[in-house]
Write a protein that binds this ligand. Structure first.
Ligand SMILES: Cc1cc2nc3c(=O)[nH]c(=O)nc-3n(C[C@H](O)[C@H](O)[C@H](O)COP(=O)(O)OP(=O)(O)OC[C@H]3O[C@@H](n4cnc5c(N)ncnc54)[C@H](O)[C@@H]3O)c2cc1C
Length: 499
């Protein structure tokens, strides 16, 4: 059994999640895991929404929702509503749902209808009408049914990122992970380019066999020490800043994130049990931080209120390699695709979990480094393409920001070109995604929801009456079915209060 020393540099969500994933896999193999963080460098302190993958993380670590959710002021998330990204009549808002077993009956009807509408017939093809999670979100319901209703609906969470970090830290310490406060100023390399040890501001030396860089946008090891190049996404994704403001909690807690397009970006609204998280993600090429703050304050009716706004910068892109020499970067140090679909923690989880697999398969040598890096890069690029599509397909004309996004000449991967072409020609999108093997980053359901939710259909004035064979389902039957199913769910307020 190997006996290795691992240092995780950074105590943000990425650092603690990674440390826990490694401890879960390896602490019994006599690995010694130490997490080092600087008390002078704060964590980024945003990142309050997740995908359903976070549920798997807690499940693997055997941590019950009843244990962590209350401590992190967490709520359930059934999906994301996108407001005002499209100006197409009837498509000004759509919901990107997390999947439910109840959808199975209607998903193929949705795909069928989107294809019929793309070919010019007037059938209902708005995603909201077909997915159960939308019924949950619309009625502020939590996604967990009464015990006698045996259908699963996937869900994610909203949470306070500071409290989540604290919770994970306590768990990690209880699992035997060592903890040290120290500000790392440099690292010494061995002749072969591997990291020998880290050196702190007060000249302490920290030696290990392997180093995990979770130092956030600082990227202390992967960038400053090892100089691994950064693959910039900013010509595809313009946003490079955000401003965040908290407001009081919602009386009726919603079970969805809201993403509303504003003049130069989009604003999130995230319901927690004690407050609401709000923020505006924008591009400083089109809008100053002051203007962005004013626009967000106007949105929130807080123009003259004495409420603090937190300004952040972000860099979108990814490292060329995430595992280089004896260093792996995870979290913001490895890259960031902007927070539109709340995928950052999912990527943290994936990176750590796939690394565990590949490091083990390669007998704890760099044997599988190339496979690993290619795999993680594909995740980043695959998710990027899905996010880029929100911007590329927007139909707003009100500001230069939106017009330039739609007209962005820098496009786009071959994969995206094929997806757009397939959609435009009325071909089978699921088959296209399968052919490209990109449905593991975003599923066919997500792609169908995005492209139809943005209203990418022939102009409604040109649509023809559908032929009999083009009418596969009665919309009122879906509504009646989901309405009856929804009776088995409690509201988010009720569910969390009873817990
Ligand atoms: C506007 C915005 C919104 C976001 N929304 C979401 C979301 O909804 N969902 C989601 O999943 N993600 C979201 N994210 C991303 C999410 O915030 C991060 O992925 C997550 O918080 C992990 O950050 P991190 O741990 O990599 O970095 P950080 O939180 O920045 O932590 C860095 C750590 O490294 C330490 N450190 C740095 N340098 C040194 C040094 N030299 N010596 C010692 N210690 C050092 C710091 O002390 C700190 O502990 C969002 C990000 C932004 C910018």
């Amino acid at each position: 059994m190997p006996n290795k020393k691992i240092i995780v540099l950074g105590g943000g969500t990425a650092g603690w999640m990674s440390a826990l994933i490694f401890a879960h896999a390896w602490i019994k193999k006599e690995f010694e895991i130490t997490l080092i963080e600087s008390k002078d460098i704060p964590v980024i302190g945003v990142g309050e929404g997740s995908t359903p993958a976070l549920k798997t993380f807690f499940k693997k670590l055997n941590i019950a929702e009843s244990e962590w959710m209350g401590q992190c002021n967490a709520t359930y998330k059934t999906g994301i509503t996108f407001n005002n990204w499209s100006t197409k009549p009837g498509f000004e808002s759509y919901f990107h749902p997390f999947p439910s077993q109840l959808d199975d009956k209607f998903t193929s009807a949705f795909y069928f209808n989107t294809q019929v509408r793309r070919k010019g017939s007037d059938v209902v093809a708005h995603p909201n009408d077909f997915f159960f999670a939308h019924y949950l979100a619309k009625n502020n319901l939590a996604p967990i049914a009464d015990y006698n209703f045996p259908f699963e609906t996937e869900y994610g969470y909203h949470f306070d990122s500071h409290l989540l970090g604290q919770f994970l830290k306590n768990k990690a310490l209880a699992m035997g992970i060592k903890y040290q406060q120290s500000k790392i100023s440099s690292a010494e390399l061995k002749p072969d380019g591997n990291i020998k040890h880290l050196i702190s501001e007060d000249s302490q030396i920290f030696q290990a066999d392997f180093f995990i860089d979770c130092s956030g946008f600082n990227a202390t090891l992967i960038d400053k020490t090892l100089k691994v190049p950064f693959v910039d996404y900013s010509n595809l994704l313009f946003n490079n800043a955000a401003v965040a403001i908290s407001t009081p909690k919602q009386t009726i807690l919603k079970s969805e994130t809201t993403s509303s397009a504003l003049k130069n970006g989009w604003a999130w609204k995230i319901p927690l049990t004690n407050r609401t998280g709000n923020g505006y993600v924008y591009s400083t090429d089109f809008c100053s931080p002051d203007l962005a703050e004013t626009e967000l304050r106007l949105q929130l009716n807080l123009l003259d209120a004495d409420v603090e706004a937190k300004h952040l910068k972000m860099r979108v892109g990814r490292r060329e390699s995430h595992w280089y020499k004896n260093c792996l970067c995870i979290g913001l140090s490895q890259g960031f695709i902007e927070p539109l679909e709340a995928t950052a923690l999912f990527l943290v989880q994936q990176t750590a979990a796939i690394f565990v697999d590949e490091f083990e398969k390669g007998q704890f040598t760099p044997k599988n480094q190339i496979i690993f890096n290619a795999n993680i890069n594909q995740y980043f690029d695959g998710i990027r393409d899905y996010i880029v599509t929100h911007y590329k397909t927007n139909s707003r004309k009100d500001t230069q920001y939106w017009r330039e996004n739609a007209a962005n000449p820098h496009l786009i991967s071959d994969s995206l070109k094929n997806i757009y072409s397939c959609w435009g020609k009325g071909e089978n999108l699921t088959a296209q995604l399968n052919r490209q093997n990109v449905d593991k980053y975003y599923t066919s359901m997500s792609w169908h929801c995005l492209l139809s939710g943005m209203g990418l259909f022939p102009d409604s004035t040109t649509l023809q009456r559908p032929q009999p064979h083009e009418v596969q389902i009665r919309m009122d039957s879906i509504k009646a079915f989901y309405s009856r199913c929804a009776l088995n769910y409690k509201t988010q307020n009720e569910f969390l209060e009873k817990r």
